[in-house]
Design a protein around this ligand. Structure first.
Ligand SMILES: [Mg+2]
Length: 340
């Protein structure tokens, strides 16, 4: 089978400026890949996070320099293929993810089956949350109004004015909230105070309350916290998981951190083995990335796959999202097509 590879950079714009504890963006450049066998095309997306790697320009250079080797990767054994991708691109998890996803999509299309079926996952998924980024207090009513259809909200905190944000949100809604601090609480005392207060605010869990390199503090916080703690910046790759026992209750798995569906599957298995609750998350991504992660959705207790619905201009159509209910398709592969 003769394969060919194409790529392009696409700028995606969010409906609102997207701010978290360490960054503010209103658009993102993602790299879209197409791997074709002449009949079927597999799609993949790299949405590199500045927390973990360089931007899209670095990915383009890697693609240009390695095109031939990519097309010679072993296709039949996905574990061998992933190992080769990690050797080839050790510093770009997003590129690993894009290639792994495109190879899986191509495979699914060739055998005529949706990936969730090939992964022995279920089509029925729990409701996903919708993310409210950090914003000026005056914008919060608009954001909560925009989120009206979504029953579960994920709130970004980790600012100097967390308490004001929560109060402003609670003036607008009594929905269940999940809170993501994105490493924003720097001392155990601050984290304890924040946690104690959030317990009374109908919060379901707390994601990455403190910096990833303060794991001992996080373990102490966990002993104190009635809320489950979920790792995100601490749970990047499969090999991170065993070291998180005792510090966390749950693991947030993302394609752009772990390097694709093959590693996400591995993280699901490791999380189950170590009795962590599983959360599947995302960066700001198009429907390619979100549709890919959704294929594993039934393995998760919590879903946070809203990157595509935060966009003003998603160029692709994939899994649906009706008020947080993600609808997995019966189409082969990812089931994604161009919007136009
Ligand atoms: Mg997070």
């Amino acid at each position: 089978m003769e394969l060919s590879l194409k790529w392009s950079v696409t700028r995606i714009t969010t409906k609102f400026e997207f701010k978290i504890a360490r960054s503010t963006e209103s658009y993102y450049d993602v790299v879209i890949l197409e791997i074709s066998d002449g009949t079927n095309i597999g799609l993949g997306e790299a949405a590199p996070s500045k927390r973990y790697e360089k931007g899209p320009d670095a990915i383009l250079k890697l693609l240009e320099a390695n095109q031939k080797q990519i097309l010679e990767l072993p296709l039949e054994d996905f574990e061998d293929r992933q190992a080769a991708l990690e050797r080839m691109f050790p510093h770009s998890y997003a590129l690993q993810a894009a290639l792994d996803t495109a190879f899986w999509d191509l495979h699914g299309r060739r055998v005529g089956k949706p990936l969730w079926q090939l992964f022995a996952a279920d089509q029925e998924l729990v409701t996903s949350s919708y993310t409210i980024g950090i914003s000026d207090l005056s914008v919060i009513p608009d954001k909560i109004a925009e989120a009206a259809p979504y029953p579960l909200l994920k709130i970004k905190l980790g600012t100097e004015y967390d308490y004001d944000i929560m109060r402003a949100i609670r003036r607008e809604t009594d929905k269940v909230l999940r809170v993501d601090v994105n490493e924003g609480w720097k001392t155990l005392d601050d984290a304890k105070r924040g946690t104690e207060w959030l317990v009374r605010e109908n919060v379901e869990f707390l994601e990455q309350p403190m910096p990833a390199d303060q794991l001992d503090d996080i373990a102490k916080l966990r002993e104190f916290s009635p809320l489950p703690l979920v790792a995100d910046e601490n749970s990047v790759r499969p090999e991170d998981i065993p070291g998180l026992v005792g510090a966390y209750d749950g693991i947030n798995i993302k394609l752009m951190k772990c390097g694709g569906l093959s590693n996400a599957l591995k993280m699901v298995e490791l999380s189950q083995k170590h009795q962590f609750d599983i959360m599947l998350g995302c960066m700001v991504e198009t429907s390619i990335g979100i549709s890919a992660m959704s294929q594993l959705g039934s393995f998760a207790r919590w879903l946070d796959l809203d990157g595509n619905v935060l966009l003003a201009d998603d160029p692709y159509i994939g899994v649906g999202n009706k008020a947080g209910k993600i609808l997995l398709l019966d189409e082969p592969g990812l089931g994604v097509k161009n919007r136009t």
